[in-house]
Design a protein around this ligand. Structure first.
Ligand code: PAF
Length: 283
């Protein structure tokens, strides 16, 4: 596996693969790999001749009071794991390589960035859209794989690709869960043993929501599900709800009636310190 730290080298390698008629699959990440990341790499490996994984903790998508400095990092371990999945090239630039002193561009999407995580994290999706645009221009992929755990991010990237005519197929990959249902996330590392145990309330709420919808014959007022999920989260004094929403799976618009096209999307804070998200289609 080749390790590349400069934008120029990445573009040169991508150009060479393209001119040799090889397809490129891109897996953008912020590192500290877990099974969720590895499943994205495997998907790219299955679908493309060459796989590029990027490992960059993107400062532009963190707010001033967020966890940029403490975000878990483990380069040696990540390198071995990516190599184990048959990744051909790992791109791990310094922030100064991605954002030079003269950098002044921001890609900003309108409606899809509003609500849900966008409401709690102002500027976050501008940072995501900007860095993903740069990564597309650097890695020149035919396909790019993103996790469905970041459901709003995936919708934003699909919109970005449509709006700016990127000739890239976006593949959304299902959430990978721990045995008890907790969605895998690099931020789970922040949880102590007790917090880890109660964090499962998000996936339990998803299970309960699916059951309520099935029992109601496939549709019911969204507020009933929202109230149930909020109380499942708030039964733990350590947990506070950031949002619980029922939205349309493709438009992300809030729905009054939950049905087979709905997604339950949630974010909570544990002990006011660890922010966890989860979501699931309710079909
Ligand atoms: O999902 C992530 O890890 C990041 O938001 C991404 C897509 C790599 C952009 O920095």
């Amino acid at each position: 596996m080749r390790i590349v730290r400069t934008t120029k080298e990445l573009q040169q390698q991508a150009n060479q693969w393209r001119s040799n008629g090889l397809t490129i699959g891109l897996v953008p990440t912020m590192g500290f790999f877990h099974e969720g990341h590895l499943s994205l790499m495997r998907e790219a490996r299955r679908k493309c001749d060459r796989v590029i994984t990027t490992l960059f903790v993107n400062p532009m998508q963190f707010g001033p009071n967020e966890d940029l400095d403490s975000y878990p990092r483990s380069f040696e371990r990540d390198q071995q794991m990516a190599e184990g999945e048959g990744v051909d090239l790992l791109f791990c630039p310094d922030p100064s390589e991605m954002y030079g002193e003269q950098f002044q561009t921001k890609i900003s999407l309108d409606k899809v960035s509003q609500g849900l995580c966008g409401a709690d994290r102002p500027g976050h999706f501008d940072g995501v859209a900007t860095v993903v645009t740069k990564l597309f221009n650097l890695a020149k992929p035919h396909k790019a794989v993103f996790g469905q755990k970041d459901f709003q991010q995936l919708a934003l990237i699909r919109q970005l690709v449509a709006d700016l005519n990127f000739d890239i197929e976006i593949i959304g990959h299902p959430i990978v869960r721990e045995e008890d249902g907790l969605a895998m996330s690099s931020r789970n590392k922040y949880l102590d043993a007790n917090e880890r145990k109660i964090a499962v309330c998000l996936s339990q709420a998803i299970g309960q929501a699916k059951k309520m919808l099935a029992d109601a014959g496939g549709s019911l007022p969204a507020q009933e599900i929202i109230t149930m999920a909020e109380s499942m989260i708030e039964q733990h004094p350590e947990c506070s709800v950031e949002y619980v929403s029922i939205v349309h799976q493709s438009t992300l618009r809030p729905m009054e009636i939950a049905d087979g096209e709905s997604v339950l999307a949630m974010a909570m804070k544990v002990n006011n310190k660890v922010r966890l998200i989860d979501n699931s289609p309710l079909c």
